[in-house]
Design a protein around this ligand. Structure first.
Ligand code: AMP
Length: 587
């Protein structure tokens, strides 16, 4: 089915503005079909799955119909569950944002009557409720249906399954007969057909069918997760799978903006593509991505249409696509020309239904995968670190420290203990024991910038070599070696080796806190630069700057606790060596 622009559907400027504000770039098939028909006043029976955008398909015409000057309920939306009623009310509220005076109210069982009475008394133009509670209010006389212009049955088949059929018939029979009737249902069992026949007038049938789709032969997996954990899981997957060239799809422009910011703040080379950007800007970003100047491109479906790039390793469906067709279109960007590719899809909460539709259309080749645990990420990190140590030893590309090692050996430490202590200090050892209860969003997950960099194309200096120091200004060397000797001293005195394991993001110096900056060796930053920018801009004494630890794309720096707020305030957002600096508390 053809998709249209929202501007082609006959909506008022206020609603178009709201749609743009929510970030929908293009109407989904059900919206493209249903909105013009509903705006003309016809009844509609829509067969469409959840996740197709059907809420906006009926909510936009419903909002358009309301006359805010009339203090009466003019639209009634019946939903099977309170969760759905709340979701629909939220969508209505977002879409009615620029329609002055339009009020919506969800009413459902379990919520206090008092609150609902007040809402109804104030005059709710659009009431979204579950059938039982709606009947209750009708019986009490607190909900009047005599001025209803439109009634919508959302997920009618589910309401039927839940035994609401009599309530629904009762409600429908008490409304003005000239009202507009809209029914949405995923399936069409006999009683629903009966309802349509009895309560609609010449309904326009709109059916969104999954088309036969040719799915590229690539590995497809999905992860079920909490919406709030998406960024963290994305970073874990990028890191654990060592992905260096990927396309990430989001549902809205806002999400694209937000995710791009998250990724760049975490040190990934990411940029965005969406409809609010000028053609010239989009072309610039595209060219950069094509030339591998970016690792990740975050985009909406519409903006990504022009993306014609080979070698994309992974396509992430950070947000699910509108339909199976978009899914196939999205994932077809990887695995081109016989190369291997992978599609990773995130599914949060109720979206699993939407994915099941996609699976049906794609013949179920999307496998469920488990979000890697902190332990697994850790293991991967350890093994990458092991490879790096081995490569460094085999390559012989390091400065020798025989004198220091001899001293330690003389003191009775074994070579294995010395090497273990150094690995621990270099961050190659688990920073903190992972527990089952650790939330996904926990910051102990090693991020890319903390892992040894193994890019083939990196210059030798940009590779992490924890044992090799560059020439640095005296103060930084002093700060760091002070930190090291203190830590080594501490480690020696402790009996219980496990107790020595300390989070690397916490300062070990009394009175100091550790800050994290989104810049590192890869950006040609030296400890001297870090001291310079902090002392210079935040005007704090150099003695208040402690250990500095430069990683590939992150720098940890200890500062006196009392100076930290000032450093954060003065340095955040400044340009530092040509990049926007983000600095935050690492602890
Ligand atoms: P629904 O089928 O109404 O439950 O919608 C599923 C999801 O799609 C919701 O999160 C909506 O916010 C989103 N959505 C609806 N219409 C659009 C659109 N035109 N473009 C992008 N996302 C949309």
């Amino acid at each position: 089915m053809q998709k249209k622009l929202f501007t082609e559907l006959g909506l008022s400027p206020e609603l178009l503005k709201a749609v743009a504000r929510v970030g929908y770039e293009e109407a989904s098939p059900i919206q493209s079909e249903a909105i013009p028909v509903l705006l003309k006043g016809a009844d509609v029976f829509g067969q469409s799955q959840t996740g197709s955008g059907k809420t906006a398909a009926f909510a936009l015409p419903a909002i358009e119909l309301v006359d805010p000057a009339i203090r009466a309920t003019q639209v009634l939306i019946l939903c099977p569950t309170r969760e759905l009623a709340v979701q629909v009310a939220e969508e209505v509220s977002k879409l009615a944002f620029f329609k002055r005076g339009v009020r919506e109210l969800p009413i459902y069982g379990g919520q206090s009557y008092e609150r609902q009475f007040q809402g109804l008394q104030r005059g709710a133009h659009i009431v979204i409720g579950t059938p039982g509670r709606v009947m209750d209010h009708m019986d009490r006389g607190t909900l009047k249906l005599d001025q209803i212009k439109m009634v919508i049955l959302d997920e009618a088949d589910r309401m039927l399954d839940m035994g609401f059929i009599d309530d629904i018939k009762n409600v429908l029979s008490k409304m003005p007969p000239e009202r507009q009737t809209v029914m949405f249902s995923a399936t069409l069992p006999g009683p629903i057909q009966q309802l349509v026949k009895s309560f609609t007038r010449n309904p326009v049938n709109i059916r969104i069918q999954d088309q036969a789709l040719t799915v590229p032969n690539i590995e497809q997996v999905y992860y079920e997760l909490d919406r709030r954990a998406k960024v963290e899981v994305l970073c874990r997957l990028i890191d654990i799978e060592d992905i260096k060239f990927g396309l990430i799809f989001c549902a809205t422009k806002m999400m694209v903006d937000e995710l791009t910011e998250h990724l760049t703040a975490r040190g990934y080379a990411a940029d965005k593509l969406h409809g609010d950007m000028s053609q010239a800007m989009r072309e610039r970003v595209m060219a950069k991505f094509r030339k591998r100047g970016l690792e990740f491109l975050v985009a909406t479906d519409v903006a990504a249409r022009g993306v014609d790039v080979d070698d994309i390793e992974v396509v992430f469906n950070y947000d699910l696509p509108q339909d199976s067709e978009d899914y196939v279109h999205r994932i077809g960007r990887t695995g081109r020309a016989g190369r291997s590719g992978k599609a990773i899809t995130f599914v949060a909460g109720r979206e699993i239904w939407k994915l099941q539709n996609i699976m049906r259309a794609t013949k179920g080749k999307i496998h469920r995968a488990r979000v890697p645990s902190a332990d697994e990420v850790e293991q991967k990190r350890t093994s990458a670190f092991y490879d790096l140590i081995r490569d460094t030893l085999e390559g012989g590309d390091y400065r020798r420290h025989d004198e220091l090692i001899d001293q330690l050996l003389d003191q009775g430490h074994t070579p294995t203990d010395i090497a273990s202590a150094l690995i621990h200090l270099a961050g190659g050892e688990k920073a903190r024991p992972a527990t089952e209860r650790e939330p996904v969003a926990n910051m102990t997950i090693p991020r890319r910038e903390e892992r040894p960099e193994r890019r083939q194309d990196s210059a030798p200096e940009s590779r992490v070599d924890p044992f090799k120091k560059k020439k640095r200004p005296a103060e930084a060397v002093a700060a760091e070696s002070g930190d090291l000797s203190e830590r080594i001293g501490k480690a020696r005195n402790k009996r219980d080796r496990n107790a020595e394991v300390e989070p690397s993001k916490v300062s070990h110096e009394p009175g100091m806190v550790r800050l994290s900056m989104n810049t590192g060796r890869d950006h040609e930053i030296s400890p001297g630069d870090v001291v310079g920018v902090i002392a210079g801009l935040a005007k704090i004494p150099k003695e208040s700057i402690g250990a500095i630890r430069l990683l590939a794309r992150t720098t940890y720096v200890d500062v006196g606790r009392e100076h930290a707020p000032r450093v954060l305030e003065k340095l955040n957002g400044i340009k530092f060596k040509g990049r926007n600096l983000f600095i935050s508390l690492a602890e």
